[in-house]
Design a protein around this ligand. Structure first.
Ligand code: NG6
Ligand code: CA
Length: 501
């Protein structure tokens, strides 16, 4: 016993020390925030002091990308380390879709879980739930986030504009009432709730014509899809963010003395923009601006909590968006009419849905006090790279066949290297290739302009080549001037799309 005791003490103290040394990771993933939507990225009409403070204490990237210009594929790429367009069915999912991430794959969550982190997702999911579309929302719903590596999940299934408008904690709908079962249908109307199409007079937020947000009305907002039942369980839009914040803070509090990974997936400024009443009208830029202020406030609350708990120096915070900005995405919420000179895109062209830079080049900040020197990085990096980079951080190898597009960018993420990837695929409607400072989009058949959203898609019948260093706004098509470059990039494009990295 005499000998064992010191040994046990040693093992115990090193375990505690080791656990303490590992920093927490909080990934704040916002929805549809543009490259020009934050003060630290040049916005002057909107004030985002909390995210700006995060940028000031961390590394702000100017050339960081999502894999795609919409939500589901970007999230798929981030979590699996694979370009989503390699897999069928990774486009924007309806609210009743089944889980699209195979449960036997390496994911960001199960990778960190294996390394000893407590893992959680709080917020928007949008990667499907259950094994099939026809599922019973009134029983345990799985597989979902918990089956791909999150110990704890508190989510909404898809987007705030899609039914079912309920929270799901681990496997169950929150505040479910057995006497008022939930049913969801994306094909045909169900139940007795009024629809936006038939009862526009009941709407507190008018839908934009032709976008399709005119099916079941919940809280005076027309949604995509039909839903019946679950009246107690339906969220109040103004409370979504405080609900997620309290769940995120609860997870942080519970896990403050072990390493944790929190994927905090916020809904702002995605439609329907319906922030808490105290934020309404505050930005002067309509509800989109107000939602961004609410998002910024929330980030500040998380930072405050970390400080209060004394774990701010021991926590890496990553802040980014899942795709570029859109103004009219389905509701008449003042985003267009009260823009007041604000430039959500900054200097970029396109926007959400687009293969131009505005689709995938997003705000991207990493703060890790004491480990990352504050500054600005121009390295080309992608969110698909987190998996390989976190594998490197936690000294793990990724099983063969998993995360095939993820490159270890840890040195760039930590500011130890100024260079990132040499090339990258950007997915709008079409796929584009970036190679160093060059951008290539092959000839496309699709429409060049989306009337509904007012966004240029990046599609043209002719080849496009831009020099992003000189022309970040993709105004001068140099394809005719540099046919050799076009050839080189077309060849590389085929190679990447067919297989490798
Ligand atoms: C689009 C919706 C849009 C939004 C988007 C998903 C229409 C016309 N528009 O299809 O309102 O929900 O999907 O956004 O239906 S994302 O950020 O989750 O990808
Ligand atoms: Ca999005």
């Amino acid at each position: 016993m005499k000998r064992i005791l010191p040994l046990l003490t040693f093992i115990f103290s090193t375990t505690v020390l080791f656990a303490r040394q590992k920093s927490n990771i909080i990934f704040i993933y916002v929805d549809d925030l543009g490259y020009g939507d934050l003060g630290c990225y040049g916005a002057t009409k909107l004030h985002t002091p909390n995210v700006d403070a995060l940028a000031k204490q961390g590394l702000r990237f100017t050339n960081a990308h999502t894999t795609s210009a919409t939500c589901t594929p970007s999230r798929y790429g981030l979590i699996t380390g694979q370009y989503p367009w390699r897999k069928q069915g990774t486009g924007v999912l309806p609210g009743d879709a089944s889980l699209i991430i195979p449960t036997n794959r390496t994911t960001l969550a199960n990778l960190l879980k294996k390394a000893g982190y407590a893992t959680a997702i709080v917020g928007k999911w949008h990667l499907g739930l259950g094994e099939q579309v026809e599922k019973n929302w009134n029983k345990e719903i799985k597989p979902g986030p918990n089956e791909v590596g999150f110990d704890y999940s508190f989510i909404f299934p898809a987007t705030a504009d899609r039914v079912p408008t309920v929270f799901i904690e681990n496997h169950n709908v929150v505040a479910l009432d057995a006497n008022d079962p939930i049913e969801v249908d994306y094909q045909k109307p169900i139940g007795t709730d009024p629809t936006g199409k038939e009862h526009p007079e009941l709407l507190k937020l008018l839908s934009s014509p032709d976008h399709g947000h005119n099916q079941t009305i919940v809280n005076g907002i027309g949604r995509i899809g039909y839903m019946s039942g679950g009246r107690q369980a339906r969220w109040t839009d103004e409370e979504i963010t405080t609900t997620f914040l309290s769940k995120a803070q609860g997870f942080i509090e519970t896990n403050k003395s072990k390493p944790f990974f929190l994927f905090y997936s916020m809904t702002e400024p995605h439609v329907p923009r319906m922030p808490a009443t105290i934020f309404k009208g505050k930005s002067g830029l309509g509800l989109r601006g107000d939602a961004i202020l609410q998002m910024d406030y929330t980030v500040g609350e998380i930072m405050k909590q970390l400080k209060q708990l004394g774990i701010d120096k021991n926590t890496m915070i990553i802040f980014s968006s899942d795709n570029g900005p859109v103004l009219d995405d389905g509701y008449q919420d003042g985003a267009v009419t009260q823009l007041n000179g604000h430039t959500p895109l900054g200097p970029l062209r396109g926007g959400k849905y687009s293969a131009f830079e505005g689709g995938t080049r997003v705000p991207f900040i990493i703060s890790w006090p004491g480990n990352i020197k504050p500054g600005v990085s121009n390295a080309l990096v992608s969110q698909v790279d987190f998996l390989a980079s976190f594998a490197s951080l936690t000294k793990q190898t990724i099983p063969k066949g998993d995360a095939m597009d993820s490159q270890n960018m840890l040195p760039a993420f930590l500011g130890k290297s100024k260079t990132g990837r040499s090339s990258l695929i950007e997915q709008g409607g079409a796929l584009a290739l970036v190679l160093n400072n060059w951008k290539y989009i092959g000839p496309q058949k699709g429409i060049a302009y989306m009337k509904l959203t007012g966004i240029e898609t990046g599609n043209l019948p002719t080849t496009q080549l831009y020099n992003l260093k000189a022309d970040i706004g993709e105004q001068n098509n140099l394809a005719e001037k540099y046919p050799e470059k076009v050839k080189e990039m077309a060849t590389l494009f085929d190679q990447v799309v067919k297989g490798g990295k």
